[in-house]
Design a protein around this ligand. Sequence first.
Ligand SMILES: NC(=O)CC[C@H](N)C(=O)O
Length: 200
Amino acid sequence: MSDLVIGVLALQGDVREHLAALAECDVIARPVRRPGEIDEIDALVIPGGESTTMSKLALTFEVFEPIHKRLAEGMPAYGSCAGMIMLADEVLDGRADQRSFGGIGMTVRRNAFGRQVDSFESPVDIDGVEGGPVNAVFIRAPWVESVSDQVEVLGRVASGPATGRMVAVRQGHLLATSFHPELTGDLRVHRLFVDMVREG
Ligand SMILES: NC(=O)CC[C@H](N)C(=O)O
């Protein structure tokens, strides 16, 4: 086991699933929800859940500013679904009072896939992930509507009405997916993130 410590923001959402996936990736994974804990991690995972609630709780638990600061200083982070929204510089169809940490120069649209396909699965090829497409699980997911030229688009929907929509992106030390690899038992996206953290 390496001594890399990766925190999972444990305010709301599928924290346990991310902790379990990270624990299999040869790192120390721990839930974080207090300001002091934010200083003790090498990297952060922001889980899926509900970005409006997560934003509110981050302010209440006084971790919003500490996380914002560490991300700005270069702490690596990975956000899935609601976590992607939390890493977006701009959010469409958000609540007026919802706040994101930002850091990825992208505009995301919440609940973008619409009611017909609230939840669905689709194979998505991810740049940097070997061994074929991941089975991407989308649950009231956002998509990335536009990106700045600093952002690398790693994956797009390959079939159906949303073909071509951007659903996996990276900007430097920040990684985000619209979907939930933590729910599938496929560790390749978590390993991609751990490799990013190790490369530092
Ligand atoms: N599965 C998810 O994380 C859903 C995200 C949720 N729709 C939001 O806006 O935060």
